[in-house]
Write a protein that binds this ligand. Structure first.
Ligand SMILES: Nc1nc2c(c(=O)[nH]1)N[C@H]1C(S)=C(S)[C@@H](COP(=O)(O)OP(=O)(O)OC[C@H]3O[C@@H](n4cnc5c(=O)[nH]c(N)nc54)[C@H](O)[C@@H]3O)O[C@H]1N2
Ligand SMILES: Nc1nc2c(c(=O)[nH]1)N[C@H]1C(S)=C(S)[C@@H](COP(=O)(O)OP(=O)(O)OC[C@H]3O[C@@H](n4cnc5c(=O)[nH]c(N)nc54)[C@H](O)[C@@H]3O)O[C@H]1N2
Ligand SMILES: [Mo]
Length: 774
């Protein structure tokens, strides 16, 4: 390695040989390459398993190979030949494990045995499944109120596991269901539900083939949904418009070379994945959408005056919507000065975007975390909906709304009842079917769960997957909150930092992963998942379990439930003997799942249906509602303004190409040309100069908030990067100590992970470290 840092622009297309090389490496590192290769070919196939990576859905017609580079990494990461067994825990105390990085912890391999923390020895020690269940039952039954326990879910849990979990927790007596969705697409659901009547995307895979314009807003599919690059590329090839809004020039949104396309690979051919690229300010998308609406309305008025064809879809608006007049008034009252200042785009640029929108007769708008992790995310989602309603782009083929979900079953978990604010209809159905008094009080979301543990009100934390302590904001504070618990329990496949922040008692319960064969009394079981297009399908593990001691998630939940409640309200063992029994209960209680077992046994599964996509509006008025929100007066939180200090930069926290949320696969971020490091801060070169630093220098980063706490992370290397002035970017989860717990979205409680006001200071011991060998 040279001692000179070197971060150039990555000039190769996304995918391509780089992706193939990376997949090969992940195979070899798994130490089970041949077995995994056989398993890989079963990814997303009929009778195979659902990719444990992202929630992107499959084209029904796609061929033999249905995985992408990052899906391959997810499979090889889960199915490793390394094991974290009782000997490992006896060699490593919990205090010594805490000194290792997140990457090291997870790379030690698969958890093999149930383990109980012994505070005296500072070690996790083996425990029998029955004793583990009995310990949980004792803690839960000792609590004065069921509302003092928190039941977290990460979005990899299957429908069957999630349904059993919510049934158990509600029978126990609470709706405390903090989940990863609270930190993710919460704003999409909250924004869409009151406007179009459903909180899910309205499109399916096939719509992408029919669209003549696709907007991709605040999303980095090249890394996080790589299989989406194919429909984007195909769209560009057939002459459709792909319009991207992202402050960063993300490689996957520029060019793509299909790694599973031999001719493309051999000729080194690649295709652009956009036809226009706009680079807004962080948090500026609501203003962008408002500007697009303003142009559309202006053109419509002009067309009306000149007797030309109108620009808005007045028939659709008349028949299907409510509230246009108020919305028009709000749009007209928003000044171009404010739109330009807040969006970071000029009136002309927005005109260009509006033209591309107008040109499409069928437009899909996709978005992800760049939209949902802001203070005013709900209003931004609703502005996207408004623009789509103006031209009737909801509920027709090739058009619609597509919040692209993260975890592979995060959408399904919500559908089957993981919801701290459950709809009354769900509670009524459960009460009727199971004959117990369902708790009606709203439960805790993720932020409220942390607050409740911090204040000592909540005493038990159970995590169905995930890495709660690292994924959530204000890291040291969250760790402190967890360690105040009487009991912490983690149902997990791999060791992570959350497991090391123990309550007085603590358990790690190792479970089967998606890739593994799940045998129960009635034979091999499959589980179901719902993708981002509301397609529900079966997933069958292919590989022998990593350890004989592993239990499936449904079996573990049933074990906890039986120990805590006995056979109330169901015979838990019968449910686990055959997951078809769980699906029967889902069919009885959850909308859209009638004949579940039959429907899901068809190859490819079935579509859950989406009323808005059929132009049935499940709103109180029976119509789609234009939402009239005003642009925020300032994007800066009032707490920061009150502090009276001007931030140096606004930081967004994002994913590298070598990670799955808090799971770090490696230290490279190929498409951003970063190698061997994650403690980097991307900043515009002119800002680096303006702030008195040099490229490559190390800085400490402090975030601003008005609560008297200091939030700081140290020794991050400045990287001069192609990023708009005033902005910075760095990787999550390392940056979570900077996100104040109380800085969350209006109406969502989603941490504002894409908008953090920061100050930089020179690190005490400065050193230029090499991060690239090129
Ligand atoms: N390989 C892999 N796949 C994953 C994941 C993973 O970690 N690794 N995570 C999964 C999960 S849970 C999720 S939720 C998804 C996340 O998928 P993404 O939402 O694509 O994830 P992020 O890395 O957070 O990227 C956010 C993108 O939004 C842009 N952005 C940030 N702020 C703004 C803004 O204010 N406006 C606009 N227009 N753009 C902005 C950033 O530059 C970045 O390109 O991916 C899922 N798939
Ligand atoms: N600053 C910042 N914070 C963020 C985000 C951000 O963009 N910026 N993104 C947010 C988002 S979108 C999300 S979704 C959350 C993610 O938050 P989580 O879902 O809580 O985190 P993950 O990193 O996906 O969880 C990884 C762990 O899950 C366990 N695991 C893996 N597979 C399985 C399985 O099959 N079963 C079980 N039981 N366990 C399994 C492993 O032990 C692994 O260590 O983070 C959020 N936090
Ligand atoms: Mo997510």
């Amino acid at each position: 390695m040279s001692d000179k840092r070197n971060i150039k622009t990555y000039d190769k297309p996304a995918g391509g040989w780089g992706a193939l090389k990376s997949v090969t490496q992940s195979w070899i590192q798994s130490e089970k390459p041949l077995k995994n290769l056989r398993a890989m070919l079963k990814t997303n196939q009929d009778k195979g398993f659902d990719c444990p990576g992202c929630a992107w859905g499959e084209s029904p017609e796609s061929g033999l190979v249905k995985f992408c580079e990052n899906g391959a990494k997810a499979v090889n990461w889960e199915s490793t030949g390394r094991y974290v067994d009782p000997a490992f825990f006896s060699n490593h105390s919990v205090s010594s494990l805490k000194k290792h990085t997140d990457y090291w912890l997870e790379s030690q391999g698969r958890l093999t045995h149930p383990m109980r923390f012994n505070a005296q020895t500072d070690h996790y020690e083996p425990v029998s499944w029955d004793d583990a269940f009995a310990l949980i039952a004792k803690h839960l039954n000792d609590l004065p109120s069921p509302h003092q326990a928190e039941f977290y879910t990460s979005g990899r849990a299957s429908n069957e596991a999630a349904y059993l979990y919510q049934l158990f927790v509600r029978a126990y007596g609470t709706n405390n269901f903090p989940d990863c969705s609270n930190m993710c697409h919460e704003a999409s659901g909250q924004g869409m539900k009151p406007t179009i009547g459903v909180g899910k995307g309205t499109v399916t895979f096939n719509d992408f083939e029919k669209a003549d314009t696709i907007f991709v807003i605040g999303q980095n599919p090249g890394t996080n949904h790589p299989r989406m690059l194919e429909p984007l590329r195909d769209a560009v090839r057939r002459g459709a418009q792909v319009v991207c809004f992202n402050p960063l020039k993300e490689r996957g949104l520029e060019r793509f070379q299909h790694p599973q396309h031999p001719i493309e690979m051999l000729t080194n051919g690649s295709t652009p994945t956009n036809t226009a690229y706009f680079r807004p300010s962080l948090g500026g998308d609501m203003a962008v959408m408002r500007g697009i609406a303003k142009w559309l309305i202006t053109w419509d008025d002009e067309a009306k005056a000149n007797g030309k064809p109108l620009v808005l879809d007045h028939d659709f608006i008349q028949t299907h919507t409510n509230g246009l007049d108020d919305y028009l008034t709000a749009v007209k009252a928003t000044s171009w000065e404010q739109i330009e200042a807040q969006s970071g785009l000029s009136k002309d640029e927005i005109q260009h975007a509006a033209m591309m929108y107008k040109r499409g007769r069928r437009v899909i708008m996709c978005w992800a975390m760049g939209i949902t992790q802001h203070k005013h995310s709900v209003a931004t989602v609703q502005e996207i909906v408004n623009v789509q309603l103006l031209r009737g782009n909801v509920g027709k083929p090739g058009a619609g709304l597509s919040p692209v979900r993260g975890h592979s079953n995060v959408q399904g978990d919500r559908t089957v009842g993981i919801n701290e604010a459950p709809p009354e209809a769900l509670l009524d159905a459960l009460e009727k079917r199971f004959n117990f008094k369902v708790p009606r009080e709203r439960g805790h979301n993720t932020i409220q769960a942390i607050q409740a543990m911090e204040s000592g009100e909540s005493k038990v934390f159970i995590g169905l997957g995930g890495n709660f302590a690292q994924a959530t904001p204000d890291t040291p504070r969250t760790h402190a909150a967890l360690s105040k618990c009487n009991l912490t329990v983690h149902i997990a496949t791999k060791l992570n930092r959350s497991h090391l922040t123990t309550g007085k008692d603590a358990l790690i319960l190792p479970c089967l992963g998606r890739t593994e064969i799940d045998m129960q009394a009635n034979g091999q079981q499959g589980v179901t998942v719902e993708d981002t297009f509301s397609m529900v399908h079966l997933s069958y593990g292919q590989l022998p379990p990593s350890s004989e001691m592993l239990r499936s998630e449904p079996a573990i939940i049933a074990g906890i439930a039986k120990a805590t409640l006995g056979n109330i309200p169901v015979d838990w063992d019968v449910l686990v003997s055959d997951y078809g029994n769980i699906r029967e209960l889902i069919a009885d209680t959850i909308d859209g799942f009638e004949d579940f077992n039959k429907k899901v046994s068809q190859p490819g599964g079935f579509h859950l249906g989406n009323a808005a996509s059929e132009r049935r509006w499940l709103t109180p008025s029976g119509k789609a509602e234009f939402a009239t929100n005003t642009l925020p007066a300032s994007l800066l939180n009032s707490e920061i303004i009150a502090r009276g200090e001007k931030p140096d930069l606004i930081l967004q926290t994002l994913r590298s190409h070598d990670q799955y949320n808090t799971t770090i696969y490696g230290m490279d971020d190929r498409y951003r040309n970063v190698f061997g490091a994650r403690d980097v801060l991307f900043v515009n070169e002119s800002d680096i100069k303006k702030l008195g630093f040099k490229d490559g220098e190390k800085v400490d980063i402090t975030s601003l908030w008005n609560d008297g706490r200091t939030r700081q992370i140290k020794q991050f290397m400045l990287v001069a990067y192609d990023i708009p002035e005033g902005q910075a970017a760095a990787y999550y989860p390392e940056t979570n100590p900077l996100v104040p717990l109380d800085s969350y979205g209006d109406g969502t409680f989603t941490p504002t992970s894409k908008f953090i006001a920061i100050k930089l200071t020179k690190s005490e011991s400065d050193g230029r470290i090499p991060i690239s060998s090129t």
